[in-house]
Design a protein around this ligand. Sequence first.
Ligand SMILES: [Zn+2]
Length: 291
Amino acid sequence: MERLGWNPLRHPDRASGRMGEMSDIDGMGTERATCVLAPNPSAMTLDGTNTWIIGEPGAEEVVVVDPGPKDGAHLRRVVDIVASQGRHVGLVLLTHGHPDHAAGAEKFAGLAGHGGLGGSGGGRVKVRALDPRHRLGDEGLSEGDVITTGGLELRVMETPGHTDDSLTFWLPADRAVLTGDTVLGYGTTVLEGRLGDYLSSLDRLRAFSADRDAATILPGHGPKLDDPLAVLDHYIDHRRERLAQVEAAVAAGASTAREVVERVYADVDKSLWPAAEWSVQSQLDYLRTRD
Ligand SMILES: [Zn+2]
């Protein structure tokens, strides 16, 4: 779907009236990282997926984190923004394999490989992810890896919990933490992985952020957060509170995840209940293994 006079620096939805909130997110970032907001808002994806373009100042090659859903206009917009800066995409990284982050990766790798200035020889750009099913090329991504594309330094941390394959990227030059869906710009994340893993990931991120004096969280959805320790403390407290609520619901007679959700999430939009059930199941499993 081509648009006449379409400007890559303007979002296709800019005329829709949603821009009040969106403009806070689209284009936000740090010196090295810029967000391109995908037009896929929903209860689960908040304003939409944040695609991150990350490059060292003056470097011709950039890294793109989470190309987003398979939305041709969005993917082309990301490529065009990079090209308008006289740069090209050297590598794609995925924070995890959920479709709102990863489904567009293969198409994006093709667009970026052909269109870029210099590109990567007309081929496809490599996609690196923890889960082999989401990779393009033979390189994986795991704890302790250091990405140096275009002179950039990005460090990889495994932070399972939202999913088993969730990664966090540390951009030391900007003291920024790219958390994917492990920490969101607002609200709380849904757990598909194990709660024990998630709590450990949050504790690790908290310790790491304190140790490195992290300045900003760049999440997979929602606005960036400029007080990482306060945010992580809030997340950790929230999980412990929810856990206490689940324990209380079980003590009061709830026996299935659904029954727990009806008690604990009574104040939450019902469209989120199926997702909440996943979280609660994870909490029930955690309480069982802990006992
Ligand atoms: Zn997501």
